[in-house]
Design a protein around this ligand. Structure first.
Ligand code: GAL
Length: 450
C-alpha cells in the first residue's frame, strides 16, 4: 500500500508541477508599477531571521473564514500567537466569500495587492490559485529559506511542497488538507426511506433519490443562490465519471471540454438537480448546513470536509460520511495556505504567524476544529476524531486529484468562468449552453498550451 500511495502522490505531483512549468511565461509587472517587486536591494527571500522579533505593532490577516468551525479554528492559531507575542494586536480581516465566485474577500485582496497595500498575510489555496496570480505577478516573497529554517521540507509530504512551489521555491505555508469528495448523510432520513447504506455510485444515488422522493425527502442539499456550490458538485461528478486520468487530462488539453464524456457529466448533474431542495437557487452556501441539520433536511449533501467542522461547531451528531458517489479510492484534495506578500507592513509579525501556521502545535490546534487534517505528517492523532482519522488513512492510500473549485487544479480566472458555466446549468437547465461556456473557459485558460 505504501508504494502505491507514493505512486499516487507522484502522479498528483506531476499534475501540480504544471504550475512550475508554466513559470517561463510568468509576467512580472514593470518596475514601479503597482504590485511590482521592490527594485534591487529590496527584500531578500524570507528567512527565519529573528524569530523573537515582531513583539509589537499589528498583524493583519485576510481570510474568508467566517462560518462555524472556521472561525474557531483560526482563533485557535491566533491564541497560540497571542501567547507568544502578547504585544502584537491581531487584526482579523475575515470576510465571507472566498470559496465561490471569487467572493468579497478575494476581490478586496486583489485591490489591496494590486494597489501595493497588502495585508500581512492572507488565506489562499495552495497551488494554482496563488502561483498563477500573485506569485507570477511578482507580489510575493519566496519562502525557501523559511521552509529550511523551520524544517518544513521534512514534515510536509514532498508532493505538497511541490504544489506550493514555482521555480523550485515554495510560496506559501499549507495549514491543512481538505477533502472535497465527501457525501454527508442523515442516517435518520435514509432509514426513514428504508435505505440501508449510502449510495456508492451515481446510479445508486438516483435509485435512492426516487425512494426518498416517495417520502417527500429531497435527496441532495444544494445551495446555488450564487455560482459556486454547483461547481463543487460538478467536480465531484467529473472525477466519479471520468476517473483520475481523464479528469487530470482536462487541464493538460488532452481531454477536451467538448467531449461527450463531459456532456455525460453535465447530464448527471442536471438530473441530480431534480432531486435537490426545490429552493436551491435561493439558498446560500452559508445557510446550507443549517438546512442539513433541520427536521425537514434533505438526506444527503456532497461537500468538502469543512462541513464536518461546521456541524461539529453546532454540536450536531446525526450524520455519517462516505466518499462521494463513484469516488471511492480517490481523494479530491485542496489545501488552505498563508503566504508572505512583498512589502507586508509588519513583516516580522507575518513571519511569526507563518511559523505558527506551519508548526505542529498550530496545525494540531487548527485542524481538529476545522474538519481537515494536518498538512504535516507528524500530527498528534489523539487530537483528531473518527472522520479525520479515516481521512488521514485515505490521504495516504488514495489516488489524489486536485480540486477545481478550491484553487488546486486551475487558476482563479478559470474557476470564475467554470462556476458561471455550471450556474447556467443550475438556472437554465441547459446542458448545451453550459458545455459551450466550459469550452470557452478552457480555451481562455489556455489548457495544454506551452
Ligand atoms: C474552501 C476552503 C475551506 C473552507 C471552505 C468553505 O475553499 O478551502 O477552508 O473554508 O472553502 O468556506
Amino acid at each position: 500500500m505504501l508504494n502505491n500511495s507514493k505512486l499516487n502522490r507522484r502522479s498528483f505531483l506531476r499534475y501540480g508541477a504544471m504550475a512550475a512549468g508554466a513559470m517561463a511565461l510568468a509576467a512580472c509587472p514593470a518596475p514601479g508599477a503597482p504590485g511590482a517587486a521592490p527594485a534591487a536591494g529590496g527584500q531578500a527571500a524570507a528567512g527565519a531571521g529573528n524569530a523573537a522579533a515582531g513583539g509589537a505593532g499589528q498583524l493583519e490577516i485576510f481570510s474568508w473564514w467566517t462560518a462555524g468551525g472556521e472561525v474557531e479554528a483560526l482563533n485557535a492559531m491566533y491564541e497560540i500567537f497571542k501567547k507568544k507575542y502578547p504585544g502584537v494586536e491581531i487584526q482579523n480581516a475575515a470576510l465571507a466569500g472566498g470559496a465561490g465566485q471569487g467572493g468579497n474577500m478575494k476581490a478586496l485582496l486583489e485591490t489591496r495587492m494590486q494597489g501595493g497595500q497588502p495585508p500581512d498575510s492572507f488565506q489562499v489555496h495552495l497551488g494554482h490559485e496563488l502561483i498563477d496570480s500573485h506569485v507570477k505577478a511578482g507580489r510575493m516573497e519566496d519562502l525557501e529559506t523559511f521552509y529550511k529554517d523551520e524544517g518544513l521540507t521534512d514534515v510536509f509530504p514532498k508532493d505538497l511542497v511541490d504544489i506550493a512551489s514555482m521555480d523550485g521555491k515554495p510560496w506559501s505555508v499549507p495549514v491543512n488538507i481538505h477533502r472535497s469528495n465527501v457525501l454527508w448523510y442523515r442516517t435518520d432520513k435514509l432509514e426513514a426511506a428504508g435505505i440501508k447504506e449510502a449510495p456508492k455510485t451515481w446510479d445508486d444515488l438516483f435509485a435512492a433519490a426516487e425512494t426518498l422522493k416517495a417520502k417527500n425527502i429531497p435527496a441532495l442539499a444544494i445551495a446555488e443562490n450564487e455560482p459556486g456550490f454547483c461547481g463543487h458538485e460538478f467536480e465531484n461528478v467529473l472525477v466519479a465519471t471520468l476517473g483520475p486520468d481523464d479528469y487530470r487530462a482536462l487541464f493538460t488539453g488532452k481531454l477536451k471540454w467538448d467531449d461527450a464524456k463531459v456532456t455525460k457529466c453535465l447530464e448527471t448533474l442536471n438530473k441530480a438537480l431534480d432531486y435537490a431542495n426545490s429552493d436551491y437557487l435561493s439558498t446560500s452556501w452559508g445557510d446550507i448546513t443549517d438546512r442539513f441539520m433541520a427536521d425537514t433536511a434533505p438526506a444527503m449533501m456532497i461537500m468538502g470536509d469543512w462541513t464536518h467542522g461546521v456541524l461539529k461547531s453546532k454540536s450536531f451528531k446525526n450524520y455519517k460520511w462516505a466518499p462521494a458517489p463513484g469516488t471511492e479510492g480517490i481523494f479530491i484534495v485542496l489545501s488552505d495556505s498563508f503566504g508572505l506578500p512583498k512589502n507586508a507592513p509588519h513583516r516580522e509579525n507575518a513571519l511569526n504567524f507563518l511559523r505558527i501556521c506551519g508548526s505542529k502545535d498550530g496545525q494540531d490546534a487548527f485542524n481538529p476544529i476545522k474538519g481537515s487534517i494536518a498538512a504535516r505528517t507528524d500530527a498528534d492523532k489523539s487530537k483528531y476524531d473518527e472522520y479525520q482519522l479515516s481521512a488521514m488513512e485515505d490521504f495516504k492510500k488514495n489516488t489524489l486529484v486536485p480540486s477545481i473549485q478550491h484553487g488546486a487544479a486551475a487558476k482563479q480566472s478559470f474557476v470564475l468562468d467554470y462556476d458561471l458555466a455550471i450556474n447556467i446549468l443550475a438556472t437554465k437547465r441547459d446542458v448545451k449552453a453550459a458545455q459551450a461556456k466550459l469550452v470557452q473557459a478552457a480555451t481562455d485558460a489556455g489548457f495544454g498550451e506551452a
